[in-house]
Design a protein. Structure first.
Length: 554
């Protein structure tokens, strides 16, 4: 009865009803319709239903190998990256190591990088003309192309995902539990084995699943250093664009889509059901480190080694910007900067402009959806929440192919336009803003908004004048991370760019493919500087802390 009354109450607010309908229409058009277009193409042959494309894929060793390779790569990377992320988070928040703030910064630095920047570093360091392989060791080798290189690059690129998730979980474990156990005679290892790890297991599993999905759907790294190691995301792209076999490319995208969506929602279920906070009464939150001096040295060494690798990769990109011809002529030059200006200025300007347009749109839309799903009761509320988060589970390759199929003919002829790029940015990143808004709203008492309503304000006025000011930090946190992801996007965007509206990451990839590594290094360096400057300005202007911004990445 209460639910029926609440649904009827919504009908007395036309602005809220119109907003709900608009959100459903937008999510349906730009998330469900493209995915439906992919499924329809893969299951249709000569106008009738057919599974022949899938039968062909499973009968050809090359495509079976791509499926197996993707699963194997995801499994290995997820395992290693989760271990690295856990050890890093444990060292910082439970291990008592020195230099915590520095290591915290190093742990999240890979998140703001272009998705294939580390792959470019591996080419420069360990490729055929690599600084290490050719220059220092004198080896004539193809370098770390293929599985070894992908494991290295994706691990460094993705361990921050596990670190961010596990950091929050480890901080929520009451240190008094560990202190009490040690006071009762348990060794530090026993405490770690019987208290810390069991409480963190749901988070470890959830982190593993997220990294697994991200590794499987990665496009930038495999296309740059995958070599003969075929994976689904690259095969779908090559079939769809290079070979012009649209049904086969769509079918490969579907094969990539199904496990990633299932794993994504399995991860969310684990995070909801897992118990991480330990409520035992008032806690001092000042337990002593769960490590001895020797273990702290080991943890410090481990974190330093990972940090060295991250700094090495970044330093290589910067160094490569000033080398005339990598592996052949090591002389200093600024030619790459002038060439990059001539070739990439317009693309960089357009990328920044479109990202800046998409950023507030994404943040506002995310907060509106969060407000509706948390504060309002209406029929279809769960469906709206599901749709708003669905795009985060869909691989970029599937989104890109879906947008090409859905918006390349009347009445939605938008391919190659700035509008479709902005739309892709918005609906790929709206889950970040939604989650950020939900987290903020759950920390604000609903009684504040009810007081506004009781004084005569309607829902729109309450949202504008009461809710928005209170969740302003969530708005800017979601907006900032949306800008980062828009500037570094590639897997979906590569299908949507045109001669008029290109993206800087696609341009960097093109320069790498023609072995203009110096130019690619310059563009990557400039892209990182722009992103870091944007984050710094937002932090200064709003007072946000680094952790508030990057908590959106969890």
């Amino acid at each position: 009865m209460a639910t029926t009354a609440q649904n009827r109450a919504i009908l007395r607010e036309p602005a809220v009803v119109a907003t709900i309908i608009l959100m459903f229409l937008l999510l349906g058009l730009f998330i469900l319709y493209p995915i439906f277009s992919v499924l329809r193409l893969s299951l249709t042959q000569q106008g009738s239903f057919s599974v022949d494309v899938y039968r062909e894929l499973f009968n050809r060793p090359r495509y079976l190998r791509s499926i197996t390779n993707s699963v194997m790569l995801g499994t290995v990377v997820a395992t290693i990256a989760t271990i690295v992320g856990f050890v890093f988070a444990f060292a910082i928040y439970r291990g008592g190591i020195k230099g915590r703030r520095f290591f915290q910064t190093m742990a999240i630095l890979p998140i703001i990088s272009p998705p294939f920047m580390f792959a470019l570093s591996v080419i420069l360091l360990f490729g055929r003309n690599g600084l290490v392989t050719a220059r220092l060791l004198g080896l004539d080798t193809s370098g770390l192309y293929g599985l070894p290189g992908l494991i290295l690059v994706q691990t460094v690129n993705l361990f921050p995902i596990a670190y961010l998730t596990l950091s929050g979980i480890l901080q929520n474990i009451d240190p008094d539990l560990e202190t009490g156990a040690m006071n009762l005679g348990a060794s530090r290892f026993t405490v770690f084995r019987t208290i810390t790890v069991p409480l963190a297991i749901p988070g470890i599993l959830a982190s593993w699943l997220v990294v697994f999905v991200t590794s499987m759907t990665d496009f930038g790294n495999p296309i740059m250093i995958g070599g003969s190691f075929d994976v689904l995301s690259v095969q779908a792209y090559l079939e769809f664009t290079g070979m012009g076999n649209l049904p086969r490319g769509a079918a490969l995208a579907v094969l990539l889509l199904i496990p990633t969506v299932l794993v994504y929602f399995l991860q969310r279920a684990i995070m909801k059901r897992g118990s991480y906070a330990t409520v035992t009464g008032k806690s001092s939150r000042r337990g002593r480190p769960n490590t001895g001096r020797g273990m702290r040295v080991i943890l410090m060494t481990f974190c330093s080694a990972v940090t060295f690798l991250v700094v090495l990769f970044y330093g290589t990109i910067v160094f490569g910007s000033f080398v005339r011809l990598w592996g052949v002529d090591w002389s200093f030059t600024l030619d790459h900067f002038s060439y990059s200006w001539d070739v990439g200025f317009v693309t960089l300007r357009n990328t920044i402009m479109l990202a800046l347009i998409a950023t507030p749109l994404t943040a506002f839309m995310g907060l509106i959806i969060a407000f509706l799903t948390i504060r309002k009761h209406f029929f279809g509320r769960s469906a709206l929440s599901f749709l708003s988060l669905l795009s985060y589970a869909i691989p970029g390759t599937a989104i890109g192919i879906g947008y090409v199929l859905a918006f390349n003919a009347a009445p939605f002829r938008w391919s190659g336009t700035a509008f479709i790029l902005v739309t892709a940015y918005v609906f790929r990143n709206v889950p970040i803003a939604v989650e950020s808004g939900i987290a903020a709203l759950k920390q604000i008492s609903a009684e504040i908004e009810e007081s506004s309503t009781n004084l005569g304000a309607n829902s729109s006025q309450t949202f504008r004048q009461v809710t928005l000011p209170l969740i302003k930090p969530a708005f800017f946190a979601g907006a900032t991370f949306t800008f980062v992801r828009s500037m570094t996007a590639i897997s979906a965007i590569i299908f949507l760019v045109s001669a008029r509206w290109n993206h800087v990451t696609v341009l960097i990839l093109a320069q790498t493919e023609i072995m203009r590594l110096g130019v690619a290094s310059v563009m990557s360096t400039i892209l990182i500087i722009i992103i870091m400057a944007f984050i710094y300005l937002i932090m200064k202007a709003t007072g946000l802390k680094r952790d508030q911004i990057f908590s959106s990445a969890q």
